[in-house]
Design a binder for this molecule. Structure first.
Ligand code: SF4
Length: 318
């Protein structure tokens, strides 16, 4: 069997930075250390940190007063930052800078009197955080049907923004519906769907039809991993999303000559390597790495962590 490895795959710059934040914070303040929401949407990453004494919480009320709390890569609303401040917490903000960019756009457009149509998935941590920046000025749009139901007219001052990890195809369908109904709607100054999402989707789109089966390594709550699975299925190649090798069902491989393996932006590479080893030992064959896009993106650790590391602890910043 031929095993094709999609490239780019796996960790993006934002996930690398967020994970490094937790590793550094453990060294600086020790444990228990609190992280608001899963630091990245991957079960293995979260389990690894739980074993080291990190506590993941879904509410700031679960963080003891005066302790250190890290905000996940998906970002948080000002209400969460205020709640942490009120508890005297030291905050480390591991929000991906590309999510922060969308927050800043939301704040700026809301101040300018725009109503913001946020194309994204209601309830996703990132979308909840972005909406929290301008709660009265944002409507979440999940489908073209949602666009039909909007109460606004083309005379209203409107702009659309998008969640960073959407399928480009799905987002384009919704954006087309927005543009059709509101020809004067303003577009964001630059693409909100991030480089990592775009590149991983492009690799799957280009390679899926050269394979009989696609395996996407990632967790079920990882938006960009789910999108990779959907893109492959939409292009006509069966695809399965697996957290690790134990979730593989070998019945899937009947008649398969070529399998494409990729990974969502939050999935560690060692899980891909274990799957490839399993496939090689079960089916033999060759491994081929296919580079579709080269990536060279790196994010600095956030200021809140660097200040803490350099011996000048800061209290929560709002
Ligand atoms: S997927 Fe994109 S937005 Fe999300 S953490 Fe990675 S680089 Fe940032």
């Amino acid at each position: 069997m031929k095993i094709l490895l999609a490239n780019p795959r796996g960790f993006c710059a934002g996930v690398n930075m967020a994970i490094q934040c937790v590793e550094e914070a453990i060294k600086i303040v020790g444990t228990p250390l609190y992280v608001y929401h899963e630091i990245v949407h991957n079960r293995h990453v979260v389990d690894h940190f739980i074993k080291l004494g990190v506590e993941f919480v879904d509410g700031i009320e679960d963080v003891p007063a005066n302790s250190t709390v890290i905000f996940s890569a998906h970002g948080v609303s000002p209400a969460v930052r205020n709640a942490a401040k009120a508890r005297g917490c030291t905050m480390i903000d591991a929000t991906c800078p590309l999510v922060t960019k969308v927050h800043m756009e939301a704040i700026r457009y809301a101040r300018q009197g725009y109503h913001i149509l946020l194309v994204g998935h209601a309830g996703h941590d990132e979308v909840v955080g972005t909406v929290g920046e301008a709660p009265g000025a944002i409507t979440i749009v999940e489908s073209p049907e949602d666009v039909e139901k909007l109460p606004y007219t083309d005379k209203d001052r409107m702009v659309y923004l998008t969640q960073t990890t959407l399928s480009m195809d799905d987002a384009n369908v919704i954006i087309s519906a927005i543009l059709k109904r509101y020809p004067h709607v303003k577009a964001p100054p630059s693409e909100d769907i991030c480089y990592a999402t775009t590149n991983r989707q492009r690799a799957v789109r280009e390679l899926a039809d050269t394979a009989d089966l696609v395996l996407v390594v990632g967790s079920k709550n990882s938006s960009n991993s789910v999108r990779l699975t959907e893109i492959s299925q939409n292009s006509g190649t069966r695809a399965y999303l697996v957290d690790d090798r134990t979730e593989i069902d070998h019945k899937w491989f009947a008649g398969v000559k070529t399998v494409l393996v990729t990974a969502g932006a939050s999935a560690p590479e060692h899980l891909v390597e274990e799957i490839v080893e399993d496939l090689k030992s079960n089916y033999g064959g060759t491994v081929e790495e296919t580079h579709v896009v080269e990536e060279d993106v790196h994010f600095e650790l956030p200021l809140s962590l660097r200040v803490l590391r350099d011996g000048k602890p800061v209290k929560a910043r709002v």
